[in-house]
Design a protein. Structure first.
Length: 201
C-alpha cells in the first residue's frame, strides 16, 4: 500500500517545470560574472544594514542573480528557470526584510505550492525534490538544478511525504561581499528596473 502524505494543493498545482538551467530561454544578452567576494556568513540584521546603502549597480545585481544560482530556478524580468516561483512581482508583495530572510533561511516558511517531497521507493531508495505527477509516473526534480529529474513508475513508489527542508539551498548569499549583496537585493526590489531610485549615484 502506498502512503501518500502529499497535499492536494501541492500535487495539483504543478505543471511541468521549465527546467532552463544550463541554457536559459531566452538566453541573457549580457555577461554573467562570478562574485568577487570575499563573502561571509550573512545574518539577517547585518544584511539589512548593508542593503540600505544607495548607489547600487544594476548590471552587477542582474549578473549576480544568475551567477549565484537564483536564475537557475526562478524567472525574473522575463529570464530564468521555472522550478520555483516567478520573482518579478517581489516589490509589489514583499519588503526587503522578508526577501532577505527568505533567502538566508529558506526553510523557515515553505510554500505549499513549491515545497519539496521525500519519495521512498519499494526498493528502498529515497529521493528528495519537487515531485510532479504525470499519468502513471512521478517525476522528481532534485535541489541541484544541474541534475536531471528522476522518473519513477507509481508501482515503485512506497511513500511520498512533504519535506520540512526547502528546495532552495541556504547560504546563497554567502559568496557575496557588501557591495554585491546591496546590488543583488536592489535588483530584486527594483523589479528589474534600471531606472529605479536604488541605482541612483
Amino acid at each position: 500500500m502506498v502512503s501518500w502524505v502529499f497535499s492536494s494543493k501541492r500535487r495539483n498545482s504543478f505543471g511541468e517545470p521549465n527546467r532552463n538551467t544550463a541554457h536559459f530561454d531566452p538566453v541573457p544578452d549580457f555577461e554573467i560574472k562570478h562574485p568577487r567576494g570575499p563573502g561571509k556568513s550573512w545574518k539577517l540584521d547585518d544584511a539589512l544594514s548593508r542593503v540600505s546603502q544607495k548607489g547600487a549597480d544594476f548590471e552587477n545585481g542582474r549578473s549576480l542573480y544568475f551567477s549565484i544560482g537564483c536564475g537557475a530556478c526562478h524567472r525574473f524580468s522575463g529570464l530564468g528557470g521555472g522550478v520555483g516561483p516567478d520573482l518579478s512581482s517581489i516589490p509589489a508583495k514583499f519588503d526587503t526584510r522578508y526577501v532577505l530572510e527568505a533567502i538566508i533561511d529558506p526553510s523557515k516558511d515553505i510554500s505549499d505550492q513549491y515545497g519539496s517531497s521525500v519519495v521512498t521507493t519499494t526498493r528502498g531508495k529515497v529521493y528528495t525534490g519537487i515531485a510532479v505527477e504525470q499519468e502513471n509516473r512521478l517525476k522528481i526534480y532534485p535541489p541541484d538544478p544541474k541534475k536531471d529529474p528522476v522518473v519513477i513508475g507509481y508501482e515503485l513508489v512506497k511513500s511520498i511525504e512533504e519535506s520540512t527542508i526547502s528546495h532552495m539551498p541556504p547560504g546563497l548569499l554567502n559568496r557575496l561581499n557588501e557591495e554585491e549583496l546591496r546590488d543583488l537585493i536592489a535588483y530584486l526590489m527594483s523589479g528589474g528596473n534600471p531606472d529605479d531610485r536604488r541605482f541612483k549615484k
